[in-house]
Design a protein around this ligand. Structure first.
Ligand code: COA
Length: 142
């Protein structure tokens, strides 16, 4: 498997993956999934032989980068694509001296996944789109 990660202006490819993963796969209401913030975000895509299979977006809030909408198509999960996508994005963010902290809101089920990438959970769990979440953060550079 050769997978290539890159930033993209082709938001439609990202939205298509997110539609399958969150709206169809996790019953997230469409108006929560499409929250009006995509125009303000940097979008990433993972291409497996030019086929889009993974995505996430990053929003910048002062010295913080927030990773959101992390999604791998169901048929492509469990092969390390999610971890490689996160590694790629974190490595890119770490090169930006203006970014001090990386944050994300993790579904409870994947908190251990993000812990293995250097994130620490803080605060109390809360529901988002009916799914329990925890806030997590890590320094941009460990
Ligand atoms: N529950 C528990 N552990 C999970 C998990 C889940 N739902 N999904 C992934 N993991 C673990 C894997 O076991 C693996 O652990 P390991 O490296 O110790 O073996 C690790 O996370 C990474 O696995 P990887 O194959 O790189 O992940 P992936 O390509 O399957 O992508 C997600 C992980 C979470 C992005 C993918 O499962 C997905 O898109 N899920 C639906 C959307 C979602 O929940 N997004 C996260 C929003 S916070």
């Amino acid at each position: 498997m050769t997978i290539k990660f890159q930033t993209t202006d082709n938001i439609e490819q990202c939205l298509d993956i997110r539609h399958k993963v969150f709206i169809l796969g996790q019953n997230v209401p469409p108006d929560l999934e499409i929250d009006g913030l995509d125009d303000t975000a940097r979008h990433y895509i993972g291409l497996d032989q030019d086929r889009p299979v993974a995505t996430c977006r990053v929003r910048f809030i002062k010295e913080t980068a927030k990773i959101e909408r992390v999604a791998v198509l169901a048929a492509h999960r469990g092969q390390g694509i999610g971890r490689k996508l996160m590694d790629y994005v974190i490595t890119a963010l770490a090169k930006d001296p203006n970014i001090k902290t990386i944050k994300l809101s993790a579904q409870m089920a994947v908190v251990p996944f993000y812990e293995s990438l250097g994130f620490t959970a803080y605060g109390a769990p809360y529901p988002d789109a009916g799914i329990p979440h925890m806030d997590m953060q890590r320094p941009a550079r460990l």
